[in-house]
Design a protein around this ligand. Structure first.
Ligand SMILES: *Cc1c(COP(=O)(O)O)cnc(C)c1O
Length: 381
């Protein structure tokens, strides 16, 4: 037997109560039984997004939310700033191009956060830029971008929206949508929301709805206005992913019971313990600026292939972490501490890394030195 531990930055583990809720017999989405679910989800998503606006739920992975955030708010020929600091930043460029939208790329060295002044500069020189697209947490590098500062720049511009892929940040760190002035805020079900893959969520500000009315990119299934109009009547435009919605209602109940502040402080603590843990074992964290609180990308030590670390974690100990993508393939491995994650997930991760590396010939630090460091942090209240 090999016990399995899912410590990848998505999909993440699903708590038993949510699995149980989703195992109940299916109900019909137009039946009276589904209405209280819609009502609860509407109100709890507003709470989670910290907004008074309606949050739309669509059936699709996180990328559906990213695509909707181009197709609903832009017209072919529009210019947008796409902040590209990794694999997911790159996706903005590809989606924009697919819709005939012109991305102005702000390339950020992998491992670093965007220089907000560069964005401010570009915007000040061109009134016609309609959007700034960014990741709150770039999952390929484990780095966060400063969303609050970016919102400070876009907020006063009537025709420029700030679109934030918070797929590994919402429900991890504080992103008060209304207070900061984030216009489009996106997340997915399989990361911090502790659900299986299959749902994307999109919060939309008043300013963004105004742009939506005149945006000409083609859209049908992902037409957010249609979903919003239905939601206001406690119904959905299409057949919702009923089972995932039932799980979602349960997940939001759990999150409300914990409270936003505790959710954020738990993630901050787990992230810090992971970083200090791997450093205590002599390893280096890949993030050079703001590290993400959702996951930690760890630099694979000299002479040791990061992909082999990730494979050995899985094959020797049943720990599913993640390797590096593209230019980071073989150079890093990534450990998640987001969603349904607690003290002993961090201990498992750091301890597993130590055991695997020592078996691969790593001699810099003795077994347990990283775990001890993580424990020192986790033992504090
Ligand atoms: C997981 C993730 C996505 C969405 O990927 P899907 O595979 O479509 O769910 C987008 N952005 C970031 C930052 C992510 O971590």
């Amino acid at each position: 037997m090999k016990k399995q531990y899912l410590l990848a930055p998505g999909p993440t583990p699903v708590p038993p109560d949510i699995l149980l809720a989703m195992s109940r017999p299916i109900i019909h989405h137009r039946s009276p039984d589904f209405i209280p679910i819609i009502q609860q989800v509407r109100s709890d998503l507003k709470w989670l997004f910290q907004t008074s606006q309606e949050v739309l739920t669509v059936a699709g992975s996180g990328t559906a939310g990213m695509e909707a955030s181009i197709s609903n708010f832009m017209s072919p020929g529009d210019k947008v700033i796409a902040i590209n600091g990794g694999k997911f930043g790159e996706r903005w460029l590809k989606i924009a191009q697919a819709f005939g939208v012109t991305p102005i790329e702000v390339k950020v060295e992998w491992g670093k956060s965007v220089d907000v002044n560069l964005v401010a500069d570009l915007l000040s020189k061109d009134d016609s830029i309609r959007g700034v697209y960014v990741q709150a947490s770039e999952t390929s590098t484990g780095v966060a971008h400063d969303v609050q500062k970016l919102a400070g720049i876009t907020r006063s511009r009537e025709n420029t929206i700030l679109v934030v892929d918070a797929i590994t940040a919402l429900g991890v760190v504080n992103l008060p949508m209304d207070e900061w002035g984030i216009d489009v805020l996106i997340t997915g079900s399989q990361k911090a929301l502790m659900l299986p893959p299959g749902l994307a969520f999109i919060g939309v500000s008043e300013k963004a709805w105004k742009l939506q009315a005149s945006a000409k990119c083609p859209r049908f299934y992902l037409d957010l206005k249609r979903e919003k109009d239905n939601l206001l009547k406690d119904s959905n435009a299409w057949t919702p992913a009923v089972t995932l919605w039932i799980g979602l209602a349960e997940s939001l109940k759990m999150m409300r019971a914990e409270g936003l502040e505790k959710i954020f402080s738990r993630h901050a603590r787990l992230a810090k313990a992971t970083r200090e843990g791997v450093k205590g074992f002599g390893l280096e964290v890949f993030a050079k600026d703001l590290p993400s609180a959702a996951l930690t990308a760890v630099v694979s030590p000299e002479g040791i292939d990061g992909q082999a670390v990730y494979k050995n974690l899985r094959d020797q100990y049943g720990i599913t972490a993640a390797g590096g993508q593209d230019q980071l393939k073989g150079k890093v491995f990534r450990l998640s501490h987001m969603g349904y994650s607690d003290v002993f997930d961090v201990i498992t991760a750091v301890s597993g890394v130590e055991m695997v590396l020592v078996r691969m010939g790593y001699k810099k630090s003795p077994l347990g030195s990283g775990v001890a460091k993580a424990q020192e942090i986790l033992i504090q209240e």
